[in-house]
Structure formats: C-alpha cells, structure tokens
Design a protein around this ligand. Structure first.
Ligand code: 5GP
Ligand code: ZN
Length: 140
C-alpha cells in the first residue's frame, strides 16, 4: 500500500532504525517511544488487523516477538515489558498496518498494566459468560 507509512518503511522509502528482519517480518524502533527501546514488530505485507493476517504470517510475527522481547529488555536493562497490539481504530490503532509494540518497563516507571486502560468493567452473568465463551469457541 503506497500510502501506508509502515509499507514505506518496508520498502526503504522512509528510514527506520531496524533491529530485526527476515523474509516476512520487520522490527524497528518506534519514532515516538513510550520508553527506551520501544520497538515495533510488523509483517512486511500489508494487513490492517490481526484478524486479517494470514495465520502463517501471524506465526512469523509472534516468533519475532518471542525472540525480540528478551533482546529488547536486555538492550535497555529493563525489568519487564508490555507487549501489545492496538487492534483496530476503535482500540487506538493509528497506523493501519498491524504492528506489535514491545515497550520496556522499569521498576518505578509510573506506567500501568493494560487493565488500567478501562475505567470500569462490565457486570456479566454466568449465562452471558457461557454464551460469550461458546461464541468465541465457534468462531475460532
Ligand atoms: P498505534 O497507535 O497505531 O498502535 O502505534 C503506531 C506507532 O507507530 C506509534 O507508537 C508511533 O510513534 C509509531 N510511528 C508512527 N509513524 C512512524 C514512523 O514513521 N516511524 C517509526 N519508526 N514509528 C512510527
Ligand atoms: Zn502497510
């Protein structure tokens, strides 16, 4: 996609600080990092969300996340990391090319867990939980 920033990075038209590359995956430092070492992991092919990613490429992206997360943590001497996808515009995804964030975390960094994204939690009955679980199982 010629108007996609991340496709332009893959093509080499926009520079990036690349930290990993293989046939299907690219990883590079985030240009506006939330923490030292904030890294983005993307498929080289253009897909907007996780659900649109072919499963073999999804596996490749996860394998890269698995390999890179400890490497990113070690590079900046982090105590842990938050690994997350903003999946879809309503979830805060600004670049419509699927990407995983590896955000190094440090003791006392003031960051919060992903649970803090939500101010309240839905009050779901046992029946509703059963129905939701069944619907997810059917769709997987
Ligand atoms: P999103 O909100 O879509 O999950 O995150 C997009 C991320 O891409 C942001 O953290 C932003 O800083 C990063 N970003 C946007 N444009 C560029 C760019 O041109 N180069 C790099 N390296 N990162 C970018
Ligand atoms: Zn793209």
């Amino acid at each position: 996609m010629s108007d996609c920033i991340f496709c332009q990075i893959v093509a080499g038209d926009i520079p990036s600080r690349t930290v990993y590359e293989d046939d299907t995956v690219l990883a590079f430092l985030d240009a506006n990092p939330l923490a030292r070492g904030h890294t983005l992991v993307i498929p080289k092919s253009h897909h907007e969300t996780l659900g649109e990613l072919p499963s073999d490429i999804g596996s490749d992206v996860f394998a890269a996340l698995h390999e890179l997360t400890p490497a990113v943590e070690a590079a900046v001497d982090a105590d842990g990391s938050t690994v997350a996808f903003n999946n879809g515009e309503e979830a805060g995804q600004e670049v419509p090319h699927v990407h995983g964030h590896i955000v190094p975390r440090f003791a006392g960094d003031g960051g919060r867990p992903i649970h803090s994204l939500f101010g309240s939690r839905p009050d779901l009955s046992e029946d509703e939980l059963d129905d939701i679980a069944a619907a997810i199982e059917d769709g997987a």
